[in-house]
Design a protein around this ligand. Structure first.
Ligand code: HEC
Ligand code: HEC
Ligand code: HEC
Ligand code: HEC
Ligand code: HEC
Length: 217
């Protein structure tokens, strides 16, 4: 039978097919990576408005609950409505181009779409209020938000990370007055708070906190 391709063409075809395979494999890997790690840790994400916790929390002293109003009573911390921003920005920087998306959102009554920084997979159950009302400080999970010009994730949020605390939560808890405040050191239960904390919070036993069905319902 006559050869359809000469030797040179055949080689070129083989090399071409090999390169195509490599591209396919690396794009599948990149795609898996993007699914597993939607936001690389410590890397800020793009937002419609470059909101700074450093300015609002640290410089201006605004409490977390002013904007994340449901954090104490619901599973979700909640995001501020654009009207909340306008409480101040209808006067302050009222014509700044940076704040145009906020003004448009209020004028047309469409919420701003903040890009999520943290996002657990749907098969994991998480509840803010349970933690916040039992002595777990924002900083334990979100780090020094008050130093962030743009918000980023500082802990892996992987199962192992949750379990590290669930196995020994006692020495990671703080008194209620310290839940929302940021500390210059890593959160650890101080010796003076120890007895107050033991009396105040009645934690579920360790078995319950490490039970699969607590987080996978
Ligand atoms: C003036 C309003 C305001 C205050 C006060 C505020 N935040 Fe926020 N927060 C926002 C806005 C707006 C976003 C969305 C933009 C972003 O991710 O930076 C956000 C996002 C976040 C996120 C990331 C949410 C996600 O997508 O995963 C965390 C965590 C957070 N805030 C924690 C805190 C903590 C802790 C405090 C108090 C120390 C606080 N915030 C105070 C407005 C506020
Ligand atoms: C309680 C008052 C208050 C509220 C509520 C508030 N801001 Fe601000 N904002 C300020 C002040 C004060 C500044 C000046 C910050 C500084 O330089 O310390 C500022 C500055 C800014 C700036 C300019 C850049 C910067 O960080 O300096 C942006 C953008 C901004 N705010 C966005 C928002 C958004 C978005 C919201 C709603 C989620 C919001 N602000 C809610 C008081 C507020
Ligand atoms: C025990 C760890 C933990 C603590 C404590 C905690 N968070 Fe979160 N936070 C998370 C996790 C995990 C997510 C992602 C939830 C998801 O994807 O469903 C999250 C998400 C958020 C979000 C995005 C909106 C939402 O609810 O999904 C905001 C805002 C937020 N946290 C603010 C706060 C503030 C403010 C505090 C302190 C009052 C706080 N968090 C305390 C772990 C924690
Ligand atoms: C720094 C410590 C800490 C971290 C980190 C932490 N938790 Fe918790 N968690 C606690 C404590 C303390 C309780 C007990 C609250 C109570 O008394 O009900 C708790 C309770 C819970 C409960 C309720 C259990 C029940 O049925 O009573 C769920 C669900 C939960 N955590 C999920 C998570 C998930 C998911 C993560 C990781 C994304 C996480 N937690 C990270 C400290 C932590
Ligand atoms: C304190 C909360 C918590 C408990 C308890 C828990 N998990 Fe998870 N689990 C998570 C979180 C958060 C994730 C998602 C992040 C990740 O993949 O690590 C996860 C992910 C998983 C996954 C997907 C793994 C992967 O790599 O994508 C499996 C399977 C799983 N858990 C099984 C279990 C089993 C079985 C138990 C009981 C022995 C259990 N989990 C107990 C929080 C928990």
């Amino acid at each position: 039978m006559a050869q359809i391709f000469d030797k040179g063409t055949l080689l070129a075809l083989k090399v071409g097919a090999f390169i195509a395979l490599l591209i396919l494999i690396s794009s599948i890997l990149a795609w898996r990576w993007a699914i597993d790690y939607p936001n690389a840790m410590n890397a800020p994400v793009n937002q419609p408005v470059p909101f700074s916790h450093k300015h609002h929390v640290n410089d201006d002293g605004i409490d977390c609950r002013y904007c994340h109003a449901s954090v104490e009573n619901a599973a979700s911390a909640g995001m501020p409505a654009s009207e909340v921003c306008m409480n101040c920005h209808s006067q302050l920087f009222k014509d700044a181009p940076m704040l145009a998306p906020v003004r448009n959102s209020v004028a047309h009554n469409v919420p701003l779409q903040w890009t999520r920084v943290h996002d657990l997979p749907d098969f994991v159950y998480f509840d803010h209020s349970v933690h916040v009302s039992h002595g777990v400080a924002c900083q334990s999970c979100h780090g020094r938000v008050d130093t962030m010009p743009l918000t980023s994730q500082v802990h892996s949020l992987q199962m192992q990370w949750c379990l590290d605390c669930h196995r020994h939560p006692q020495n990671k808890l703080v008194t209620p007055d310290k839940i929302f405040t940021m500390q210059s050191t890593e959160i650890k239960t101080s010796a003076t708070d120890q007895s107050q904390i033991a009396k105040r919070y009645h934690l579920p036993d360790k078995i319950r906190l490490t039970d699969c069905s607590s987080c996978h319902r």
